[in-house]
Design a protein around this ligand. Structure first.
Ligand SMILES: [Fe+2]
Ligand SMILES: [Fe+2]
Length: 307
């Protein structure tokens, strides 16, 4: 089974936007957007990534949030249109929201993300979903993909996240279900689970209850956690608390980033090869702005030693 991981598409689409929408936080975000983001993220780069993932025979695609910039309806329409272009998207895509998808209280209250991405948010074990729809699980062969929300509206220039307490308890219960026992378990969240080495102020953009989330994942021997938010490639691992395996923690970077930069900060996606419920390899592709295409950057091959 080959799982592609893309993230932080930050689809920009400002048509039909009333200037009055740019009030309060949106004004701050809008200025920031125009300064830093407008040239950085490209829907066409994201389309290149999806085309390359198709050529590379990926079975399933996980998208770890920040589909939009300002959580505007026009951005959600453009982002959901892009995802719907993936062949058989309704059975081949899992997606969770990021902080930019919950950018304003209005967007969170109207559940704009959930409305636009509803086809990819159903759960194969709905008994564990809270009224928000999280956590959900998608069973694909012997792989279980679990998604949760960490997006919350924050004050201007803040970007922290939090998993709601009731969703955390539901996650604990879901991971205890016997149906997951013999699955390779993939957990998807937007915010990082570990401190980011380049963050100037960790507290303004971290996952507030990362320690609690990590404890649950390690107790239940989750195999792989994937996230976004830092716009930076990374692979880390922590040992399980009750077993002999490891929890791999991986970020793909911002897939739509078209700026030529250090590979770790470039537009990128990861492919996880999973065989017999083990992580076999992580393959990373990055965007080459000169060639206007994604190129193979590196591959790590793992063979878990069974004790
Ligand atoms: Fe982002
Ligand atoms: Fe983010």
């Amino acid at each position: 089974m080959r799982i592609g991981h893309i993230s932080d598409l930050h689809v920009l689409h400002l048509e039909d936007v009333n200037p009055l929408d740019f009030a309060s936080k949106r004004l701050v975000g809008g200025i920031n957007l125009l300064r830093h983001r407008a040239d950085a993220h490209s829907v066409e780069v994201a389309r290149h990534a999806l085309a390359r993932l198709s050529e590379l025979d990926v079975d399933h695609i996980c998208i770890s949030g920040d589909m939009t910039n300002l959580a505007l309806p026009s951005e959600f329409r453009a982002a959901s249109k892009l995802v719907a272009e993936i062949p058989d998207a309704e059975t081949r895509v899992s997606v969770v929201p990021g902080n930019h998808d919950y950018y304003t209280r209005g967007a969170a209250r109207e559940r704009r993300f959930e409305q636009h991405f509803q086809p990819y948010l159903h759960s194969d074990l709905p008994a564990y979903q809270e009224s928000t729809g999280y956590p959900f699980v998608h069973f694909r062969e012997d792989v279980a993909i679990i998604g949760i929300n960490s997006g919350v509206p924050t004050p201007p220039l803040m970007a922290w996240g939090k998993v709601a307490e009731n969703e955390l308890r539901a996650l604990d219960a879901l991971l205890s279900d016997p149906k997951l026992k013999d699955c390779f378990k993939v957990f998807m969240i937007h915010h990082p689970l570990l401190p980011f080495q380049y963050a100037k102020v960790q507290e303004s953009r971290h996952l507030v209850n990362a320690t609690d989330v990590l404890k649950i994942l390690r107790e239940h021997q989750v195999d792989l956690a994937i996230h976004g938010h830092n716009h930076h490639f990374s692979v880390n691992k922590l040992p399980h608390l009750n077993g002999s395996g490891d929890l791999y923690i991986c970020e793909a970077g911002s897939t739509s980033n078209r700026a030529n930069s250090l590979p770790e900060f470039a537009g990128s996606f990861n492919i996880f090869e999973i065989e017999d419920r083990e992580l076999v390899s992580i393959e990373t592709h990055i965007y080459d702005g000169f060639e206007d295409t994604f190129v193979h950057w590196k591959e790590e091959v793992f063979r878990r030693v069974l004790v």
